[in-house]
Ligand binder design. Sequence first.
Ligand code: ARG
Length: 272
Amino acid sequence: MYRILMCAPEYFGVEYVINPWMEGKLGGVIGGAAREQWNYLHGVLTTVLGAQTVLVPPQPGLPDIVFTANAASVKNGVAVPARFRHPERQGEEPFYRASLRETGHEIRDLPDGIAFEGAGDALFYEGETPKPLLFAAHGFRTDPESHPFLAEAFDAEVISLRLVDPRFYHLDTCFCPLPGGYVIWYPSAFDSESQAKVAASVPEEKLYAVPDTDATAFACNAVGVGEHVVMNSATSTLRDRLSDWGFTTHLTPLSEFMKAGGSSKCLTLRLW
Ligand code: ARG
């Protein structure tokens, strides 16, 4: 059973600016449209893909709590909860923690003073590897000092990647491991050393660099479940590539959430 943590956009909005997508969008979210888009995403995940969702109770004054990807990094029942960089999001931490506890996860807390933004910045490779392989980013929200801790907590090999483009401030905005060991990504969001690390870790025929149009529409912010990929939008070139790999693409437009710098992946966290 595929379980996903989500949070309904009851109090979602753009109320502060902590990434470039939020600039000029203060107060600009249309609440009804956001609820419709979120409901549609939830419906595709549960009805079409058969996933089960666990819901974090929405909280007034915490508009970004809808982005549950940032709650923690989770694998095999272990959760390393986020420590948000920005004070605006730190109030979300206890609510995420409560949901992770209630769902029976073993919580492993990072040492104080290290910023880490959960599955927003740490994504497990889904191909066959001797040890879990975790791609972990730093550069904007997450401190690289979190990476050795993640390696230990998950008994994983960690590949540290440096993000360099402020539009792609979280790893899950520009890098997406899919079932079967496939990966779609936007190379120019990374420094050249990190680009080389990715190219060395993922087989060439399973790695696809999306064009600018897909990258800026957050196509890499996708949710892969079995043979299905769910995303905000995709060019026909990207859809063809995914179909060649055996995936069916489901488009769930999330323009209201793009105003806050998030899309389908940001709105979900896979639980184990
Ligand atoms: N406004 C939120 C922030 O800047 C968006 C978070 C999107 N989440 C993600 N996993 N990329 O923190």
